[in-house]
Design a protein around this ligand. Sequence first.
Ligand SMILES: *Cc1c(COP(=O)(O)O)cnc(C)c1O
Length: 390
Amino acid sequence: MPAERVYLDHAATTPVDPRVVEAMLPFFTEEFGNPSSVHLWGQRAEAAVESARHEVADVLGCAPEEILFTSCGTESDNLALRGMAFAERERRGANRILTTPTEHPAVLRTARQLSESFGFALDLVPVDEYGFVHPEDLDRALRPDTAVASVIYANNEIGTINPVAELAAVCRGRGVPFHTDAVQAASQSPLSVGILGVDMMSMGAHKFYGPKGVGALFVRSGLRLMPALTGGSQESSLRAGTQNVPLIVGLATALVLTQEESSVHNPRFSALRDRLLAEVPACVPDARVTGHPAQRMPNHASFVFRGVDGNALLAALDLAGFGCSSGSACKTGEPEPSEVLLAIGQAHDWALGSLRVTVGRGTTLANIEAFIEALPAAVDRVRAAKVSQA
Ligand SMILES: *Cc1c(COP(=O)(O)O)cnc(C)c1O
């Protein structure tokens, strides 16, 4: 067993900041009221939810009424896409969805279901070899009957940061509502919706040192959505159900801390990331960096290795004490390469060997040096096992 285990999968989830735990605790016990109740217990819970809404709104530079709380980043993406698609079809007969091939499944599979089961046409904007979406390509793909356009802010698999403000401006010029999935970006990128110019933006707390199971969605005032959950009038009647008060308090606390402290963490993350991006291809034969070389998340390094089984590599790294992830989803023994890697033009035998290394607040330079030292042997072992199987 390795002496120390090193977690390098902060794009999958992050530990909850102890200050966030502290802020949440009273709302599990003494402050247990239902925010919709009229009495004092209810008023106190409602005050906590509304103060969380103000805190999130302050970070985004929007009005509190423009923030909705949901159960996760996935739900925020679903509410934005479905809610806007159905509302725009009802309002103006718009019957197309526009997104990209490099979205998280929370957007891409939602768009596919809207197309396959609900009669919307689905258009995909092409991306370049880095998974970067160019504004002129978005402009070319927009149609007058596009109900909603959605482009990921920072890509979870390959780290590329899209030019969201320019993409949003293109959509605004054409009168099409623009959504961005900022679930990955929220931990490190600027979130001012005034500067970004987006109409809707999704976030999920567990990607920025908050709790799992809570998300937020910004919806610009004046836009109409079809409700996701019908029932009570919580969350402007767009998302019925008693609010999860402790988790909402946790999301707001975590977001404020993350954004306040990003100027401290980001430069340190970038230095660790740059070390990985430079040294991994230098010490492993047949290795490539995936995603944008410069426009990428400060904490995110990703690679492909030719002729490597990505899942076997993750297992070998886990044995060596390192927790990383890959882009490929293993389908009953027959691994499928990630759609994102195929969309950026990686060949099948490269795309199967993907590796994502994402650093966080607890990662040290010594951790990264140890990882770089362990990786070549792990890749060799996995390649050798594959040859002996054949
Ligand atoms: C993690 C992630 C999601 C899903 O968020 P959950 O809160 O886990 O549901 C959506 N989009 C991106 C880009 C993500 O990284």
